[in-house]
Design a protein around this ligand. Structure first.
Ligand SMILES: Cc1ncc(COP(=O)(O)O)c(C=O)c1O
Length: 498
């Protein structure tokens, strides 16, 4: 009698090999030909719903091979490709191909990296990944941490650890309302929107955020920061957290981290760095000075799915003293039988963050770190920065482009038509409308993809290069694409005004 259970889910070895090889072949073709494809589909959600069809869930299952073949086509025909060499939108990197293979391997073994007993080697791999990330950005390898889904989660994880460390201890039992003093957070006005979400969702309220203005270099004004802390203390509030940014989302500016660290020390505040995008650039020897102060941070958010080229999702929270994570997140219900090992306490990642069951996202990061190596990353990240500077320079040399800012690998610029008659406020209003229209045109056009930033009230085109496929030639072609689209958009707007 056959001891194997008949079931509609198992795929036998020969079949798995056949459809697996076919899938890998298709993906290899996809990577190889990605630059020939449009960056994005220009179809509307309605058109895509029609492509997908309105079938109900099949009652009887379908063959896995057919499903994978048709789904590959569906995805390759109707996606936005952040792996395209002309993709510079938001902050999403081209994914390292080894990450795709790593995800296949990780989900085949499927360790639950919430508990060590459930993921013996995977837990060790995550631990080593975190140690390497700490070493990579130049902080002590004794920093501990946890991998999370991305930047928002990495910052949230640190926010809650900061609160557990600095707020009155009774809050854990009695809640925020037990404290008569409002807990105040300080951050530059350029901080990513995660901070709003954190203040609202974790019960502090948006009024607990002090948005500190930036100085002439667009860094948080540390004098104003200190003054605001003093004012809050006088008013009887309880400052607890200062967030500095290492690569702000709009323009890539790195705050004066050393100065913030000194203020945090003086007032006994938690110093968190949101380095979700920019902190990998701390590995570049010439940028060491810019990132001075990183070592002082109590916690750091760093996203491998941004500038370490990991496929989504991979973020990381690093904490100088990892005991703060345990104090924040550990709980021990009686049904958790996670015992001690002979070397001491077992490392259970459910005690380090918000998640309980956790996937093996460390594998793709761990493998990419080894495949690329720190020298490989220095080369890739420096080249991304050079390409961004090149784009900025080309914009500066072009009569119809105005370069606005360039920091790390983010450049902002705008299209300015020749012989524009308007002046003053009218001119600025027109340029804002024109560049917003132009961005929509470029995003829908499929030739390149970028996003926007508002800098000093100017609506800018914003390019963020975290893309190992982009070449100088791509940059030159993109400048032409922007100018041509700019002329078309200007003409269209002018004819509407007539
Ligand atoms: C500085 C910074 N922090 C946080 C985030 C949020 O990251 P995620 O989208 O991975 O949650 C971003 C996203 O671009 C960012 O640039």
């Amino acid at each position: 009698m056959n001891s194997k259970r008949e079931n509609p889910i198992e795929i036998n070895k020969t079949e798995f090999q056949k459809i697996g090889y076919e899938l890998v072949d298709t993906i290899a073709e996809f990577f190889d030909g990605i630059s020939e494809k449009p960056v994005t589909t220009s179809k509307s959600p309605k058109e895509l719903q029609e492509v997908l069809g309105n079938l109900s869930l099949p009652k009887n299952g379908l063959p896995a091979g057919e499903l994978l073949a048709s789904t590959s086509k569906l995805l390759f025909d109707h996606s936005l490709f952040n792996g395209h060499p002309k993709f510079f939108g938001f902050i999403t990197s081209s994914p390292a191909p080894i990450g795709a293979l790593a995800d296949l391997l990780a989900s085949s073994v499927n360790p639950n990296v919430g508990g060590q007993i459930l993921s013996p080697i995977a837990t060790e791999i995550e631990k080593q990944t975190i140690k390497w990330l700490a070493e990579f950005i130049g902080v002590s390898p004794s920093y501990g941490g946890v991998l999370v889904s991305g930047g928002n989660m990495a910052n949230f994880t640190a926010f809650l650890a900061a609160r557990a460390a600095k707020a009155p201890k009774k809050i854990k039992e009695e809640g925020l309302s037990s404290s008569s003093k409002q807990l105040i957070t300080y951050c530059p006005k350029s901080t990513h929107t995660w901070i709003d979400k954190a203040a609202v969702l974790f019960g502090h309220g948006s009024s607990s955020i002090r948005w500190i203005p930036t100085d002439a270099l667009n860094k948080m004004d540390n004098e104003l920061l200190e003054q605001t802390i003093k004012d809050d203390l006088k008013l009887g509030h309880q400052p607890f957290l200062v967030v500095g940014t290492a690569g702000d989302v709009s323009t890539g500016v790195v705050d004066d981290l050393e100065g913030i660290a000194a203020i945090c020390k003086a007032y006994d505040l938690w110093f968190h760095i949101d380095g979700a995008y920019g902190i990998p650039a701390a590995v570049i020897p010439e940028l060491k000075e810019l990132f001075k102060g990183v070592k002082e941070a109590d916690s750091i958010a760093l996203d491998p799915h941004k500038w370490l080229y990991s496929p989504l999702e991979a973020g990381c929270t690093l904490v100088k003293n990892p005991k703060h994570l345990i104090e924040t997140y550990s709980s021990h219900p009686e049904y958790y039988n996670f015992s001690l090992t002979e070397e001491g306490g077992s490392l259970n990642y459910f005690e380090y963050g918000l998640q309980n069951s956790r996937g093996f996202r460390a594998l793709k990061v761990w493998l990419a770190l080894q495949q690329i190596g720190s020298d490989g990353y220095v080369k890739l990240i420096s080249e991304d920065i050079d390409l961004s500077k090149y784009l900025f320079e080309l914009a500066g040399n072009h009569k119809e482009l105005e370069p606005i800012t360039q920091n790390l690998s983010i450049a902002t610029l705008r299209y300015v038509p020749e012989n524009l008659e308007e002046t003053g406020e009218k001119r600025e209003d027109y340029l804002n409308t024109l560049n917003e229209e132009l961005l929509n045109e470029l995003q829908g056009g499929g030739e390149m993809f970028l996003s926007n930033a508002i800098v000093a009230k100017k609506y800018c085109l914003r390019t963020c290069i975290v893309n190992f496929r982009t070449s100088k030639r791509d940059i030159e072609e993109c400048v032409e694409i922007m100018v041509k689209a700019g002329r078309r958009t200007h003409q269209k707007l002018q004819s509407q005004l007539l």
